[in-house]
Design a protein around this ligand. Sequence first.
Ligand SMILES: [Zn+2]
Length: 462
Amino acid sequence: MRNKGITPQPNELKAPEHIPSRRWILQAAAASFLLSVVPRGMAADGTPSVVAVRVWPSMAYTRVTIESTAPLTFKQFALKDPERLVVDLEGIDINSQLQSLAGKVLPDDPYIQQLRAGRNKPGVVRLVLDMKTETKPQVFTLPPVAEYQHRLVIDLYPAHQDDPLLAFLSDQDKRDTPALTKSETLAQNDASAAKPAEKPKAAERPQAEKQAQPDAVDRNTLKVDRLITVVLDPGHGGEDPGAVGPGGTYEKTVVLAIARRLKTLLEEDPNVRVVLTRDGDYFVPLGTRVKKARAVQADLFMSIHADAALRQDANGSSVFALSDKSATSVQARMLAQSQNAADLIGGVKIDNKNPELARVLMDLTMTSTINDSLKLGKVMLGELSDINRLHKPHVEQAGFAVLKAPDIPSVLVETAFISNPAEEQKLVTEEYQQKMAQALQRGIRKYFAKYPPQPRTKLASN
Ligand SMILES: [Zn+2]
């Protein structure tokens, strides 16, 4: 979780201190009212200057961010053979920040071969990105939010490939489940949707399906007649560090480490497959996290975070489920707000939001899902209490966007308070990360043993 009030500016993201020139000081003195309205680093005449540049490579997409004191105007065009993207930044001059951009592209960046920045003509800086493969670029600007000033964002998505995670999963699905024809799939879906009582029993299923599931079915144990899919959602990432501890620990780093450990533990069970919504340091919009969980037909969704509060002595673990009304406590509401603000911080182009998601959020038949989520949360609290103090003895409820899959039991776990020096010290150790992962694994196993997932009848969402 993120609390802006205690989040220091991480060093990596820090703009260089502005060293005012003598002339600037005189001008400022002559018009001192400007000081209260002109952001740090801005030239006295209001022209933008670049204060920071960042590159966030990942398999899903690579993001280049150029942060400036005023909105940048730009033109973009693509060139073929070889694949290149050209972005002209207008009304600015090259500076050391822009010059440093080329060096920030890593050799193993999945999409960018190299990047050059240079003065194209007076007042125009040209960025040329040589691509390793054909990409679908999205270039857009974001207004200031939290500690960030204006940002120009260049997102490079693969042109020919869906999300590699989803491609991998669909390959796995082909291996793990019999290929039903489209009409069979639809018939099965229709039957379950319209007349659940008449779903075919195991003995009546098509031969192909039985063959593919040899070790079914004792419903009293964790074993079920199909694979269980668990989606783990390490919070934040990339531009969005989440909360930052007093010792400088990033929430986004700790929660990814715990999620990876939990994935390894859960996959010791051959009936469980685990999908991470992000497996690297890059930003994933909240809506996309939910969409991924729905696309893989998750049986359980767990978002993993570390808490923060203004009071350094705040401590303990918490578990949240979605509330059907507004937040159940002031603190929960505050947390929900700062959590949802992550989309702005990470920078989602609002008009690109998935209308499907908007529909889903409107079309909530969530009461039973929330009940399941509360049961899941209660089991998780029981396990967490073995390794840490509980911040609240009950499952809290709030309007977190990542918990809004209408058909997937979903909880958000605040592992501990990263703002508490003692808990931050624990969170960074491998030993405690493993202990936390083990507690979460036990909770998930107990939940599925007590409440086995239903036979799969749904089509994947689109
Ligand atoms: Zn968080």
